[in-house]
Ligand binder design. Structure first.
Ligand code: ZN
Length: 241
């Protein structure tokens, strides 16, 4: 059976993801910055959380770890290279995650933070990418370099085009407004921005995105070298729509 992925909005623009495997009855929660909304949504659905998975250490992704662990006994998996509250399993390049019969593979994608990981369920065409790739954008370079971010985005872009990408924030509209200025001749970006405006006007989520969509509309993924990415990142940091 397929994995079911459900968005739980948290704080201003974060998404916590619940991952459900019906066959085994397991539920994982990805990047629970806040325990309360994740526990409430799982309870509403009658799902018992059995695992916590973190992509990076930032408090808006890990702040709920200890409370969820205390409430459910869930095991916490997070990047080996970072300090992760309540971590039981340290993840690094090539580590495996399992939920029921589904197997995820860990790839290291530094840039936003130095130990940031992505969780890639290849057979399921699902990847959790935290704050490294956003729809039509990328994370800020808080710890890593533009060269690291360039390589990390290229690794994500090399996944199967059908892969659904689950990011940590609802930043798509702001990213799209920058993307049209960065790549004004790209018709696919214009079309996507129109669709995103409609979704946001209706109060709807714009995620997940896909590898194929990002290859077409994400200026940071389309950057031809890390120097170009560095220019784009600098321009985005100063951009006001
Ligand atoms: Zn972050």
């Amino acid at each position: 059976m397929v994995l079911e992925v459900v968005a739980v909005p948290a704080f201003t623009d974060n998404y916590i993801w619940l991952v459900r495997d019906e066959d085994s009855g397991e539920t994982a929660v990805v990047d629970p910055g806040d325990a309360a909304p994740a526990l409430a949504e799982a309870e509403r659905r009658g799902w018992a959380i059995t695992q916590v998975w973190n992509t990076h250490w930032h408090p808006d992704h890990t702040g709920g770890n200890l409370a969820i662990k205390a409430a459910t006994g869930a095991a916490v998996s997070g990047p080996a290279a970072e300090t992760i509250a309540g971590r039981d399993v340290a993840l690094s390049e090539g580590s495996e995650l399992r939920i029921g019969a589904h197997i995820g593979r860990v790839i290291e994608i530094p840039g936003h933070t130095l130990g940031h990981v992505a969780l890639v369920f290849g057979d399921d065409r699902i990847a959790f990418v935290g704050d490294t790739l956003f729809a039509m954008g990328c994370g800020r370079l808080f710890e890593g370099t533009a060269e690291q971010m360039y390589r990390s985005l290229q690794r994500i872009a090399a996944l199967d085009p059908d892969t659904a990408l689950y990011c940590g924030h609802e930043y798509t509209l702001a990213n799209g407004l920058f993307a049209v200025t960065a790549d004004p001749d790209n018709e696919a970006i214009r079309q996507r921005l129109d669709e995103v405006r409609k979704l946001r006007d209706a109060g709807q989520i714009t995620l997940p995105t896909s590898v194929a969509a990002e290859r077409e509309t994400n200026p940071f993924v389309r950057a031809t070298d890390w120097q170009k990415l560095a220019q784009l990142r600098d321009a985005k940091d100063r951009f006001r729509s």
